[in-house]
Ligand binder design. Structure first.
Ligand code: SF4
Length: 952
């Protein structure tokens, strides 16, 4: 609840002209002063094949180094920033990574995790060859095998499952995605409904909140051009889209924008904000609705946008059919519906002062179409009803008319490039109820975190299970239940871990297959970093260097370290071998579009996409390149500079033939469906909803059993103070550190040096209340067990809430390969009673000898504590999102407790899974549907599969 004034240091720095003058005499921000920087500090592209610079370590000797510079894309978070790899031409090894100035999203800038890719590729503990399990699963014994052996074995097991029509037993489960549509091709070519993701422990809650308004499930804020920016936590900006968003927030602020952050923790972003609103977790929607009420009452809304683009007629007819059905009555009804959300109510729920709520609301209203905002994990992922936070936040975008505007917030799909496919396989005619169980018809993505519970509940089994850069044993809640499932070969037949580094889930695999890091693989990436649309090319840089030097390669593992491969080629080869005679209809989707009848190569796959990318062939030709060579050279392409207000696009005349026009409602209908919204006398594409408009009143929530959520509403969280016991407090376990990634940063030494512990944050007053000081051992008890951590007592935390970062606490057992030793504790795991698991830290981090001299310089000893494994699953009954926040007790550690101890009872966690399952309102919905047809679904099956009476 603080307002930013220039600090003493800032004020002095401004006076001495060390930084630009940012504040007037009264501390208020000054008008715009800067433009984005230029690119002159980067090597010019015409010198990239032969770039000479002094060796940084050579000192006075001024030794020159000769590099070939090859671009690629960072693999360490979803933002997909551009990297330039500097390949030492003497050793033909990558020496360092810097930013790629030709990447439209990152513009040459990276966070710490981008350059740290060099640590990952040089990690002396990394997996270099395909490994096959020896002995019992999880026993830690492995033998090196050939890629041929791996492919033949897996292909024969998949082929058998397909031939025996056990298609729902073949599953691909992705942790870090990032190759635009590639796996849809593979899985649909195989004809399986086998896509599972990590989204329901990550963003499904927020996605549902956006989707129910507008069909599009992700926001794309234009922070750089905003006048007011509101972030629900700093999660995205400090950890996820750290660099592309952060640089644009700063640009916006330098140009006069104000920043407000709702976060229980004084994050880096909150500390730079004009308003830090330390809301009680789960109360965010109450604050947002109070702001909405102020904007409505004070007539700060954008009337034209509401009239044109909100389903106000349907909303009013449902909410109050007895009044005259006019826009004015609609506004009056909104005032009536939201009358209880006073600033005082918001203060009571959240702790944010009523006057701050009013002040921020007025600033948002005045920013109008230049109000940008974002919610991703954080509140959307923490709470029962977390999806309602994104829905209420988007309500502010709708009221201010800032949907799709410059300085506003667009649907992300407008900024996302979709590659053209050749020989697209048909949609699968299967529905996998292990991913989309009937209990969760509106779940925005697969119920992935329930997989082991559904297996334990005897709802199916898996014959072939791929985990791809995915580590649920450590990242997910209830990791011991995952260990139980992965150890049971009657539940999971063949487990293949595709991973660039060892992880806690790979310990329980049958094959561990080494996959490339950012500079060792092909992928396409495109994300909503700003108003533009771009595509970035991840490429194996040593393979590209070899090609430039006239040394062609057949497979990427020939130029990577050891036999590290890449997934694209792996899936092509595997698909080819599953269908040796072409009788399963798989091979036909992997034939070269350039050489009839021949198997496609990786170069041809990307050649086809780039040749069919709007504007790329022309741009490439201007510079004398083919489209593929242009991407190899620059690594990225800006498809469109700014995509705004796409809802105003006109529907082509041809699509309107035979359509019926309802002039009063402003709709064009065809076959009973609204196909266009009439605005300003023109038929426009609108949004992806049944009404083509923003849906304030959602008929879908009513028809699918949730009438209480028909309009944006505050849903009280499972950790609302009313739901806590006498000594209980809420634990926020979701905050990210900007220097780490969930699993993959474990072998990045620079990052581990910066961040290597995850103490329990608590406010000074709570520390005093419990008699706990910084460094004290504390026992944190959840509903299924406990963990033992150290306390960090700070003023940078909201009183009455504790928090712990989820990034740290990696582990390995004695029998496991020595791996990620920058970050893994050595632990023992014992099943002390059936279903009761105890983890104890035997040894923390320490120096060791290896080919990397830095391993003997490790000075830290603390590897942190694994907290997620002590959490039960909490599936939100509407969105399907796992609700991460925990009610816990915090006590001084018991005499027998040791740092890092974990105890969990999986019997209790199964009971909690059942308890939350009972809160669901299962399908079928209207017309016998498993799920509304209009809502998106990953790897969308054929339409008949949406009906419950169609056999699976
Ligand atoms: S923001 Fe993400 S993609 Fe960009 S450099 Fe950092 S980790 Fe890499």
């Amino acid at each position: 609840m603080s307002k930013h004034s220039p600090s003493f240091i800032e004020a002095i720095a401004e006076k001495l002209h060390l930084i630009p003058k940012l504040h007037g005499e009264d501390g208020e921000a000054l008008p715009p002063i800067v433009e984005p920087g230029n690119l002159t500090d980067y090597p010019p592209p015409d010198k990239w094949d032969n770039w000479v610079e002094y060796e940084a370590k050579s000192g006075q000797k001024r030794e020159k180094k000769n590099y070939m510079i090859v671009p690629t894309t960072c693999f360490n978070c979803e933002a997909g920033c551009g990297l330039l790899s500097y390949i030492d031409k003497e050793t033909m090894r990558v020496r360092k990574f810097e930013g790629n100035p030709y990447h439209p999203g990152s513009r040459g800038r990276n966070c710490a995790k981008g350059p740290a890719t060099i640590n990952q590729i040089n990690d002396t503990d990394r997996i270099l060859y395909p490994l096959k399990r020896k002995g019992v699963r999880g026993g830690g014994e492995w033998e090196q095998v050939s890629w041929d052996e791996v492919l033949d074995d897996i292909a024969s097991q998949i082929r058998k499952a397909l031939q025996e029509d056990r298609r729902n037993e073949v599953v691909y489960h992705v942790g870090r995605p990032g190759h635009e549509g590639f796996m849809d091709r593979i899985l649909q070519a195989w004809g399986v409904d086998g896509h599972n993701s990590h989204t329901n422990i990550c963003s499904a809650g927020a996605r549902f909140g956006y989707a129910i308004w507008q069909g599009f499930d992700r926001p794309s804020p234009d922070h750089a051009n905003a006048q007011f920016i509101l972030l629900i936590s700093s999660h995205l900006e400090s950890g996820h889209y750290f660099n592309p968003h952060a640089q644009r927030i700063i640009e916006g602020m330098m140009n006069g924008a104000k920043l407000a952050v709702m976060d229980t923790r004084l994050s880096n972003t909150a500390s730079m904000a004009d308003y830090w609103m330390a809301t009680y977790p789960g109360s965010e929607a109450a604050v947002l609705l109070a702001m909405a009420k102020i904007i409505i009452n004070e007539r700060l809304y954008d009337e034209k946008f509401l009239r044109d683009w909100v389903n106000w007629r349907d909303s009013l007819a449902e909410l109050n059919p007895n009044v005259e059905q006019t826009f004015e009555s609609f506004i009056a009804e909104l005032e009536n519906q939201y009358s209880e959300y006073t600033p005082e109510f918001a203060e009571q729920e959240s702790g944010v002062k009523a006057e701050t709520v009013i002040e921020v609301a007025r600033q948002i209203g005045r920013a109008g179409t230049r109000f940008s905002c974002h919610n991703w994990r954080s509140a959307g992922a923490g709470n029962l009803g977390g999806w309602a936070v994104a829905r209420c936040l988007h309500f502010l975008s709708v009221l201010t008319g800032s949907v799709g505007t410059e300085g506003g917030t667009s649907p992300s799909a407008w900024n996302k490039f979709k590659p053209s496919g050749f020989s697209t396989p048909p949609a699968q005619k299967f529905w996998n109820e292990l991913h989309f169980p009937l209990e969760y018809p509106l779940s925005h993505y697969e119920m992935s975190f329930l997989l082991p519970h559904l297996l334990k509940d005897n709802r199916g089994k898996l014959a072939v299970y791929f985990t791809r850069v995915f580590n649920p044993v450590w990242t997910y809640p209830d990791g011991f239940t995952w260990i139980e499932a992965l150890s049971d070969e009657s539940k999971i037949g063949l487990h293949i871990a595709l991973t660039p580094t060892w992880n806690e889930t790979a310990y329980f695999a049958d094959y561990v297959l080494p996959m490339g890091n950012a500079s060792e693989r092909h992928d396409l990436t495109s994300y909503e970093t700003h108003t533009g649309m771009w595509v970035s090319f991840r490429q194996p840089v040593l393979r590209e260097a070899a090609r430039r030097m006239g040394q062609p390669t057949t497979f990427t593992y020939e130029t990577n370290p050891g036999e590290v491969w890449e997934e694209d080629e792996f899936w092509f080869e595997l698909s080819w071998r599953i269908d040796p005679d072409g009788d399963l209809g798989i091979r036909e989707h992997f034939i070269s579009p350039y050489r009839p009848g021949e198997k496609i190569t990786i170069d041809e796959y990307y050649q086809y996409i780039f040749e069919n990318t709007k504007g790329l062939p022309e741009k490439a030709s201007d510079e004398g390149f083919t489209p593929l060579d242009y991407m190899r050279k620059y690594g990225a392409f800006e498809v469109e500079q700014a995509v705004l207000e796409k809802h105003l696009d006109l529907v082509p005349e041809a699509q309107l033939s035979d359509a019926e026009i309802d002039a009063e409602r402003g709709e064009v209908c065809k076959n009973g469906k609204v196909v266009a919204a009439i605005v300003d006398s023109k038929a426009r594409v609108g949004f992806n909803t049944p009404s083509r408009r923003q849906e304030l009143f959602s008929k879908t929530t009513v028809e699918w059993g949730w009438p209480e959520y028909s309009i944006p509403t505050y849903v009280k969280s499972h950790i609302h103070p009313d739901a806590l016991g006498e000594n209980e407090i809420v634990l926020v376990p979701t905050f990210r550190l900007p220097t780490l990634i969930h699993t993959r940063s474990g072998n990045a030494k620079w990052l581990a040096e910066i961040s290597n512990r995850n103490p329990l944050w608590m406010h000074t007053s709570d520390g005093e209340r419990w008699g706990i000081e910084t460094g004290d051992l504390v026992r944190i008890s959840t509903d299924i067990g406990h963990f033992v951590n150290r306390a960090w007592v700070t003023e940078g935390m909201r009183p009455g809430v504790v928090a712990c970062s989820h990034h740290i606490g990696r582990w390995r057992r004695d029998q496991d390969a020595k791996n990620n030793r920058w970050s893994t504790n050595q632990v023992t795991i014992d099943e002390v009673e059936p279903g009761k698991w105890k983890m104890s830290v035997i040894e923390g981090i320490g120096a060791y000898k290896s080919d990397d001299p830095d391993t003997s310089r490790i000075f830290w000893t603390d590897g942190g504590v694994h907290q997620n494994i002590t959490f039960p699953v909490h599936p939100d009954p509407v969105s399907g999102m796992h609700c991460w926040h925990q009610r816990v007790t915090v006590e001084k550690a018991y005499p027998e407790d040791k740092y890092g101890d974990v105890l969990v009872d999986t019997g209790k966690s199964f009971a909690i899974y059942k308890e939350w399952l009972a809160m669901a309102r299962p399908a079928p919905g209207p017309g016998g549907l498993r799920r509304p047809l209009w809502l998106a679904r990953p790897l969308r099956p054929a339409e008949e599969m949406f009906y419950l009476d169609t056999p699976k």
